[in-house]
Design a protein around this ligand. Sequence first.
Ligand code: PGA
Length: 255
Amino acid sequence: MRYKIAAGNWKMNTNHEQGLDLARAIVQGTEPQEGIKVILGTPFIHLKDVVEICKGNTQVGVAAQNCHQEEKGAFTGEISVGMLKSIGVDYVIVGHSERRQYFRESNELLAQKTKAVLAGGLKPIFCCGESLEIRNEGWHVRYVKNQLKRGLFDLSEEDFKKIIIAYEPIWAIGTGVTASPEQAQEIHKEIRTSIAEVYGTDVAQNTTILYGGSVKPANANELFSQPDVDGGLVGGASLKAETFLPIIEALSPKA
Ligand code: PGA
């Protein structure tokens, strides 16, 4: 189903105490509202406690930032989908550009991770997005469509319906430079069109597509009011309740 979502990606930030305090402040500040979801993408060590903190607030879900593609085995330092499920995690962020870039995660590996997340009963938040170089050369739409094709488009319709997509132009992540609402809308619309070509208009219309890259209280309203932008995947501004709560509020259609 197509929700409005504000998802926080805390990356490698917050110690345990800071993380739990942040989760509590966000949960306390979030009023249940039809069609709207908040997702906290915390470091692994916080997940179990954050799941507890979110219990009773159906509005807020919990995401891991990564997982391994295999069910179990000799993969020192890795975490499986089954482990995440066993502590009540709901979502896994798959294919963030930092994973693609610094950990060399390929489209093929991300397709495997996506399938592992679905097979384990969790929901992937699948990230895509181009570098500045690609945008300047003018083939960003083709590049992002190819990421979707190779990462997602051999899923069954039933599985695809569980995917949340996050479009995150690399040049806007952590840089303070945001895509303009028009730039975001342009590519979100293209993404929805590609989904429609593979799975049909109904599925495309019901897919949640988030924008990520320097989302902050000052630009959230304008970005989220674009017809194909269903919310945000937020890094820096998700690390403080004072900046994340206004972003959550920006999801609600104005009266
Ligand atoms: P940012 O990060 O909001 O700090 O730009 C977004 C992300 O990487 O998900």
